[in-house]
Design a protein around this ligand. Sequence first.
Ligand SMILES: C[S@@+](CC[C@H](N)C(=O)[O-])C[C@H]1O[C@@H](n2cnc3c(N)ncnc32)[C@H](O)[C@@H]1O
Length: 248
Amino acid sequence: MPDDIGKMHVEKIEFLNTSLAEKGYQLVFEEERLTLQSRQHNFKPLAIDFTAGQVRHRRLYGGGKNQPIARALGLKPGYSPVVYDLTAGLGKDAFVMATLGCQVSLIERSPVIALLLQHGLKLASTFDETQAIVQRMRLIRADSREFLKNLSFDDHPDVIYLDPMYPHRDKSALVKKEMRIFRDLVGNDTDAVDLFQIAVTKASRRLVVKRPKGADFLGGETPAFQVKSKNTRYDCYLPVEKPSQKSI
Ligand SMILES: C[S@@+](CC[C@H](N)C(=O)[O-])C[C@H]1O[C@@H](n2cnc3c(N)ncnc32)[C@H](O)[C@@H]1O
């Protein structure tokens, strides 16, 4: 990393660490890897790594275009939508969508999560197996509500994807750890209904909302259809605007 960029980077981490300290967390940059660490008992440092672990396993064995998320997005041979993931989080869903061939914009408002994501994308761009996938991913640090309000009609994506915080029933250690981090760092996404109401007017083809099995509909709005998997449900809403209205 060139010295001036390296210095800016260290300053940014130090700045974020001042507010993270109150919550018992800190960012640590060592050997070109950024991790989120905590003094809490049993907290294994968290890094975003699209090249290994569960993410790699899902890329290789997740079922490709037959998996429920692919059906929710409406993938067809020869059609890979442009997707805006308005709640990017740790980028796992976005990575799956990019693996399926979608161009994905990841929008994340938490500066800490966004910095972890930026590092995860950079790391994945240096690996042969993931390089082409992350080239289809672009990260935008913003509040998605503001981002959408400034979006011109011609830039409306095919699909908008939402996965706001929800108290998950999946009690696996990994899910519990991720939920704890989201709860501690970003809170409960109490404005999710507001985001949904803006998003539904901005998707050209569909809005997909990820919910845990058995959860209520976001904003009480009944979707046009649902795609279900074991623990997850994708609620699909059809657009207010027609794709044919869009200029080519
Ligand atoms: C449950 S997590 C999403 C997990 C993600 N689908 C994944 O695969 O890792 C929700 C994330 O959305 C972000 N978020 C919620 N509302 C947002 C908004 N209005 N603008 C940008 N990011 C938002 C939160 O900061 C949090 O990181």
